[in-house]
Ligand binder design. Sequence first.
Ligand code: GRF
Length: 203
Amino acid sequence: MKQGTFVVLASGRGSNFQAIIDRVKEGFIHARCVCLITDNPDAYAITRANKAGIPHEVVSYKSFSDKIRYEEALMEVIARYNPDLIILAGYMRLLGDRIVDTYHGKMINIHPSLLPAFAGLHAQQQALDYGTKVAGCTVHFVTRDMDAGPVIIQRTVLVLDDDDEESLSSRILIEEHQAYPDAVRLFFEHRLRIEGRRVRILP
Ligand code: GRF
């Protein structure tokens, strides 16, 4: 059977990108990363791609006059690689309806909270401000609404009394690095079935 392929979209540090490609290398994920795509020419994720011998493309938002043109360019680049899956990993832009609809069921994201709580930016600080005792991360399919698609995997951490945004974020990140490769593996094993809002994990 033909090996599956994916592209990763990342805007910065790229530690989730790294976690995923490490698990590919170990043989845990049976698929190939064909490209890293970033909107940020200074993203550390590019260094990670170079080290791993993965091609990268920069589609810089600033080079386009508006969001529509930016997304057209982004879609062109993605189409060139013809991936089975698009993985958003710290990609800091909201994607428009056209791209989201085109890749329905083929685009996933990770968010550092237990959705539907605390969508949007600074999710970890939002959990601290609210005073929850449990926090975590969510891997989900991407739909038109931000951080609102069907949930694939969630992992939890306890919130400690002396946590600040940094300490909580770093413990959640450890769980992200577990949850995201797990979800990607399930996708390529064809074990994820979207049923309305729910994602059934097939045995
Ligand atoms: C992660 O916390 C992820 O959940 C969020 O953005 C951050 C990206 O981190 N969407 P990294 O670039 O993968 O290190």
